[in-house]
Design a protein around this ligand. Structure first.
Ligand code: AMP
Ligand code: FE
Ligand code: FE
Ligand code: ZN
Length: 290
């Protein structure tokens, strides 16, 4: 069993990177990737914990990209997590999030929800501060009952307290990941909110930018969708990946999802091969130009 989509306290998860490795071991997971939103800050801790636990890992990240509709998240795997260009753009996104969070809190105050940015920061701890932490602050004062209500009524796109934040263009995100030696994978295609034909059309554009994979196995994809995405990946020459999107909340378990989510072990082997191919191409390119 493997899990290539996991969040830690460094973004909006409830467990530290090292705790996640321990949870993975406990659940029978043999290979993992930590894919925090727009940050690589958890990678060193995660890799070190994995080394001690003899867990197989690759570096990971989940980048928020601009999309005309729905949500586009690009997963990156195997990149150098100290790459300066990548780190610089991720830091830019974090700053954008901070400015956006202040505006959301102002909007919430104007509708009688008396939370402050300090309440939000307290929930976020040391990591990236995002809407889930704003939701927690809203729940704490009893303004909403749960996270679902916070998003559905206030925080989701188009709702009363929604504020846009800067995101990378897909082309730039893919290039950054590539240049850092990583494979770019489109996460949970279901959230693009497009039908299968439109999804495939969009994927073709992303493939032209260098997209290398598609997240096929995901708790919110039903059997039929997995099959469609799988066939799409084959047609476009994309590798397949999968993971739970574990945040440490609710009933979802690392490796298992809501029950019997089974990410194919060969996805990890093939991912490693693809990362290896990219690196060897990169080397040849470097040799040619020098
Ligand atoms: P942010 O990156 O700060 O805009 O927050 C995005 C995060 O909020 C996502 O990674 C999810 O964890 C969570 N999220 C976004 N939309 C929803 C939603 N409709 N319901 C619940 N959680 C959501
Ligand atoms: Fe999240
Ligand atoms: Fe995501
Ligand atoms: Zn995720």
């Amino acid at each position: 069993m493997i899990d290539l989509h996991i969040h830690s306290t460094v973004s909006d998860g409830n467990h530290s990177p090292a705790e996640l490795v321990a949870l993975g071991v406990e659940s029978g997971v043999t290979a993992m990737a930590l894919t925090d939103h727009d940050t690589l800050a958890g990678q060193d801790e995660f890799i070190e914990a994995a080394r001690l636990a003899k867990m197989q890992v690759v570096t990971g990240v989940e980048i928020s990209a601009q999309s005309s509709r729905g949500t586009m998240h690009l997963l990156g795997y195997g990149m150098d997590h100290t790459n300066p260009a990548l780190l610089e753009r991720l830091a830019w996104m974090c700053e954008g999030r901070d400015g956006r969070n202040d505006k959301i809190v102002q909007k919430l105050q104007s509708v009688g929800c008396n939370i402050t940015i300090d309440d939000v920061l307290r929930h976020a701890g040391e990591g990236v501060v995002g809407r889930p932490h704003i939701a927690q602050a809203m729940i704490e004062i009893g303004f909403v009952r749960n996270k679902r209500e916070a998003f559905d009524r206030f925080l989701a796109r188009g709702k009363r307290a929604y504020v846009h934040r800067p995101r990378l263009q897909p082309k730039e995100a893919i290039k950054l990941l590539h240049d850092a030696g990583g494979v770019a994978v489109l996460a949970h295609p279901i959230t693009l909110k497009r039908n299968m034909n439109a999804t495939e059309k969009l994927l073709k554009e992303l493939v032209d930018f260098g997209l290398g994979g598609l997240e096929v196995t995901y708790p919110e994809h039903d059997r039929n969708q997995r099959k469609c995405y799988s066939q799409m990946a084959a047609r476009l020459g994309l590798i397949k990946t999968g993971g739970t999107d574990f945040h440490g909340t609710g009933d979802l378990r690392i490796g298992h999802g809501f029950g019997n989510l089974q990410v194919d072990d060969t996805f990890f082997t093939i991912l490693l091969e693809r990362i290896g191919e990219l690196r060897s191409k990169g080397l040849k390119f470097a040799e040619q130009c020098c």
